[in-house]
Design a protein. Structure first.
Length: 255
């Protein structure tokens, strides 16, 4: 069995009066969720992570997480690197947003957060109202994509199209009068739209959608042809051993 250790996030306020009785259960749930996601940010990592136990202790407030020593070393390496670089830009987006959340709380509530562990009780990282750990990378990247669904409204003083898509739900796409007037009436018809947009690095949401052109769309398919395509591409997917890592690598090209 692997050696066990703990990581600790200690919280102090200005006059050093805060205790575990001052924290709400929602705050406890949030910090537990944040620590899990900081250590194991992907869905696959969460499924396969080791068991982690938790307790809160006095000494201002000490949130302690008990886990195998490999997890302790991972935590230590990440927070030490944050301190060394004084930046979050090297972290993946999910981890960076978690550290930024601690920074926002430290600034807004005049708190101090000390990050340490069982291997070294001296804090590896301190976040307070004098530090500035914020994300400087863009939260969105420019992209082009295809949307398919039913157009349920178009026009308006600021010309736009409202389309109900399966993947993203209802979306509003800005357009020009000339684009809307050209061709047939599209209201309540299935259509494809080629659009430019800004896509979130964190959750894949879209904003600032602009129409490039319409695509005639008939939602029918040749089942035999589809089966052949699936069989052909499945062989390629077998070569991808870790889908989450592969997707992270692809997304990283936009960061």
């Amino acid at each position: 069995m692997e050696e066990q250790g703990y990581i600790e996030i200690k919280i102090k306020n200005k006059d050093n009066t805060i205790t575990p009785l001052d924290i709400d259960i929602n705050d406890v749930k949030e910090i537990i969720s944040d620590v899990e996601s900081f250590l194991y940010p992907t869905r696959k990592e969460k499924i396969t992570r080791p068991e982690i136990s938790y307790k809160v202790e006095n000494g201002s407030i000490k949130h302690k997480f008990f886990l195998p020593i490999s997890g302790v070393l991972l935590f230590q390496g990440l927070v030490r690197e944050v301190k060394k670089r004084e930046s979050l830009d090297f972290l993946d987006y999910k981890r960076a947003t978690i550290i930024q959340k601690f920074q926002e709380k430290a600034t807004n509530e005049n708190l101090e957060f000390y990050f340490n562990d069982s291997l070294n009780t001296k804090a590896h990282l301190l976040i307070n109202n004098e530090t500035s750990f914020i994300i400087t990378k863009p939260e969105f990247y420019e992209t082009q994509l295809y949307l398919y669904g039913e157009i349920y409204d178009e026009g308006g003083k600021k010309p736009n199209i409202n389309i109900d898509t399966k993947e993203f739900g209802n979306l509003t796409v800005s357009a020009t009068k000339e684009q809307l007037l050209a061709g047939e009436k599209r209201i309540y018809k299935q259509y494809g739209l080629k659009v430019s947009a800004k896509k979130s690095l964190s959750d894949g949401s879209l904003k600032d959608l602009k129409l490039i052109n319409f695509i005639s769309y008939k939602p029918s398919f040749n089942e035999t042809l589809l089966d052949k395509i699936i069989a052909k591409t499945s062989k390629k997917w077998e070569e991808v051993k870790d889908v989450d890592s592969w997707l992270s690598e692809i997304r990283g090209t936009y960061e």
